[in-house]
Design a binder for this molecule. Structure first.
Ligand code: ZN
Length: 289
């Protein structure tokens, strides 16, 4: 119960950040994300990569949902970082609020932790250099966290919602924003803002061809002030195949980088290996849920 309560509080806290108008726009097909951008043709990592694994669509073609890897797949854990920025937070960023977290990315690099970053399209627009650098680093993969960071259900902790007829465009607009920012190595995975979805949402975004990715471990890093408490929560929750949700947004999750400095060596000491979500999905074919 305590952990459910904590989860609720965490999501509500994030929800408190979210407001403003829903934007829809250009429809970028996932395949188009592979189009080389000017100036990137000669990068050493531009060799064709294997298409990231996805889950097969669910019944009636619904978007498949991935929650965690197979428990018998060894001591593997995926740390995921939501790079949250909402469609209407531009003025706050202009006034100095930092929705990025370069120190966190630097620490993940220093500790060599393969990770998946769920980025909003608005974040990529605000921080194109960082978005590009994360996408160009083989340590990371960039996944989709919507363009607007508005909710995909009407009852997601009071968040403003995207109407069903604009959901697909909101997902595709994020891919378009990634492409415009020059982000490579995007993966066709989508995390619902607030983690809220229902059948209608799974149906609405099915044409976008993404696999929805949830999690089984809530770090509680949103608005946390105690890095040790966040680390404890993660260390308590991780099991083989776990997907941990954290944030790459300094203003809303200021102690995440410090928590990572404890979580990573401790989990390694326990025999865990870090993997990107694509690796867990690749090892879980036919195991949606
Ligand atoms: Zn988010």
């Amino acid at each position: 119960m305590l952990s459910s309560l904590r989860k609720l509080v965490t999501v509500c806290a994030l929800g408190a950040l979210v407001c403003g108008c829903a934007d829809t726009g250009g429809a970028g097909r996932p395949e188009e994300r592979r189009t080389p951008q000017a100036g990137q043709e000669h990068r050493p990592q531009s060799a064709p990569k294997q298409r990231p694994p996805t889950l097969a669509p669910g019944p009636q073609g619904l978007t498949p949902v991935f929650k965690k890897g197979r428990p018998d797949g060894g001591k593997t854990v995926a740390l995921t970082f939501d790079a949250d920025m909402t469609a209407d937070q531009g003025p706050r960023a202009a006034a100095g609020e930092r929705f990025d977290n370069p120190e966190l990315i630097a620490t993940l690099r220093r500790l060599q932790v393969p990770s998946t970053v769920f980025m909003t399209g608005r974040w990529a627009e605000e921080y194109p250099k960082q978005a590009r650098a994360i996408g160009a680093d083989p340590l990371f993969e960039v996944a989709n966290h919507s363009y607007s960071h508005h909710a995909y259900t009407d009852d997601c902790y009071g968040l403003p919602s995207v109407s069903a007829d604009r959901m697909r465009a909101d997902v595709e607009r994020a891919f378009t924003a990634f492409r415009k920012a020059g982000v490579r190595s995007t993966v066709p995975y989508f995390r619902f803002p607030g983690g809220c979805y229902d059948r209608a949402a799974l149906e609405a975004i099915a044409p976008a061809g993404v696999t929805a990715v949830q999690w089984d471990v809530v770090s509680g890093d949103a608005f946390a002030e105690d890095a040790d408490a966040v680390a404890d929560e993660v260390l308590r929750g991780v099991r083989p195949g776990s997907v941990v949700v954290m944030h790459c947004t300094r203003s809303a999750a200021p102690v995440t980088e410090r928590a990572i400095r404890r979580i990573v060596p401790e989990l390694r000491k326990q025999g865990y290996r870090f993997a990107r979500v694509s690796e867990l999905i690749g090892g879980s074919a036919g195991q949606p849920g």
